[in-house]
Design a protein around this ligand. Structure first.
Ligand code: IFM
Length: 452
């Protein structure tokens, strides 16, 4: 990479803390980058439907074109290669592979990921395949989506298709990305697809998703020799907005739903005590053993701590509170708190006793090119520098962290915020699809060189 236009600071991380085989990577997801939603047999996902509902997405944006990665994946892999990353976490689009969600597979869709995986390997980059990053086939949404218990079997069949097709070349699989976001936002609060705000729908969806996770782990384990299997969870400290007993209780509830409802059953075969009774109506004999299958690693997505306040009118009794105004914030208003990241790494490693990979961390803002066309995203550079420094401190403190993936390679479709919130190391002009590495891309390439 060539950083002509700006001075890139040296990484602050203590290099001696980084093991030689530490994996530096980048992450993306299918609906956020691929586009080509109507091409080669792909059918709609619940996000295609959601985006078409008025008022759901800022500016009425959709993932129809996104980064056009479906056609430009070779250029994107070349960008990754120029950064020097060793691993690429992407997700497969279920409705591209199984347009009806189950039944007949779509050969052109399967062939796309063949090409992507082959080109990634050819570039010397290890593919990390995540089976689900929120784009459920609409055909399954029509059958109740995650509220339908049969979905565990449908997901297992989808996992078998993936294992049989790609298991010769891909060894790293994650079942789900951030299940707490897709279920809380999708079924309890109604913000994300499928836009449902219903308490019992949420509990059903969460439990069925956990069952699907366990079923898919078994299938992947059986079909892919040497597979290393995990799941990706967002875990963040939750603080009460005020010290009233109501806000303290809201924070405990948000912590249980956000941080524990998925990784705890998947690892310990139990729902967290605070909410276990709420799940009881949906748990059948043998379910907890079905969910808790042996795992090889845990993915941690972390950006900042979150704040909770009571909200008796909401389905789960909490609402998001504001961070203290004294706290530094990213361009999109998320708190910047590297010490919390260090503590979360230590705690996640201790609690779950698995190798941890940071599968997402990054900084959202609205970067724009300057008059010379350069994107000098100083805040992102400082954010990544402070967070990777904290990562080094966590390693020194004994946390078993094996890798770190920046979210994200490219600016992309940021769900309800549309294209306004940019997380990329690489700027995307969504009119021309021109890619331009930002200062942070040059900084990250330097970090990888320095520790590699
Ligand atoms: O863009 C998302 C991603 O899909 C899931 N984790 C958080 C990112 C930034 O909001």
């Amino acid at each position: 990479m060539n950083a002509k236009t700006t001075v890139i600071p040296k990484p602050s991380i203590d290099i001696s803390a980084i093991p030689a085989d530490f994996l530096w990577g980048v992450s993306t997801s299918s609906y956020q980058i691929e586009g080509a939603v109507n091409e080669d047999g792909r059918a709609p996902s619940i996000w295609d439907t959601h985006c078409r509902q008025k008022g759901r997405i800022a500016n009425g944006d959709t993932g129809d074109v996104a980064c056009d990665h479906y056609h430009r994946y070779l250029e994107d892999i070349a960008l990754m290669k120029s950064l020097g990353v060793k691993a690429y976490r992407f997700s497969t689009a279920w409705p591209r592979l199984l347009p009806r969600g189950r039944g007949a597979a779509n050969e052109p869709g399967l062939a796309f990921y063949d090409r992507l995986i082959d080109a990634t390997l050819e570039a010397g980059i290890e593919p990390w395949l995540c089976l689900y990053h929120w784009d459920l086939p609409q055909a399954l949404g029509d059958l109740g989506g995650w509220t339908n218990r049969d979905i565990a079997g449908w997901f297992a069949d989808y996992a078998a298709l993936i294992a049989r097709r790609y298991g010769d070349r891909v060894k790293r699989f994650a079942t789900f990305n951030e299940p707490s976001v897709s279920t809380i936002f999708g079924y309890a609060l109604g913000w994300n697809a499928p836009g449902v705000a219903d308490r019992s729908a949420y509990f059903k969806a969460a439990h069925h998703l956990n069952l699907a996770h366990g079923a898919a782990i078994d299938v992947l384990r059986d079909h892919v020799p040497g597979a290393l299997l995990g799941a990706v969870h967002n875990r963040q400290q939750v603080y009460p907005s005020t010290d009233t007993p109501e806000d303290i209780q809201a924070a405990a509830l948000l912590d249980a739903h956000w941080n524990l409802v998925f990784p705890d059953p998947q690892r310990f075969a139990a729902y967290p005590a605070l909410v276990a009774r709420d799940f009881e109506p949906y748990v059948q004999a043998g379910d907890m053993a079905r969910i808790c299958r042996p795992l090889d690693w845990l993915g941690l997505n972390h950006y900042s701590p979150i704040y909770a306040k009571t909200d008796p009118a909401s389905q789960l009794g909490f609402a998001w509170g504001s961070a203290p105004t004294s706290m530094q914030q990213t361009g999109i208003g998320w708190p910047i708190h590297p010490d919390a990241f260090r503590e979360e790494l230590i705690e996640t490693s201790r609690r779950y006793g698995l190798p941890v990979y940071v599968t997402e961390n990054g900084c959202g803002s609205n970067d724009a090119p300057n008059a010379e066309g350069a994107i000098l995203d100083e805040q992102r550079v400082h954010y990544l520098d402070a967070y990777t420094k904290a990562l080094g401190e966590a390693l020194k403190a004994g946390a078993d962290v094996r890798g770190y993936f920046v979210w994200s390679l490219l600016d992309n479709f940021e769900w309800g915020a549309g294209y306004g919130n940019r997380f990329g190391l690489v700027h995307v002009d969504f009119t021309t699809q021109k890619r331009t590495p930002k200062s942070s891309a040059h900084w990250y390439a330097g970090l990888i060189r320095a520790t590699g």
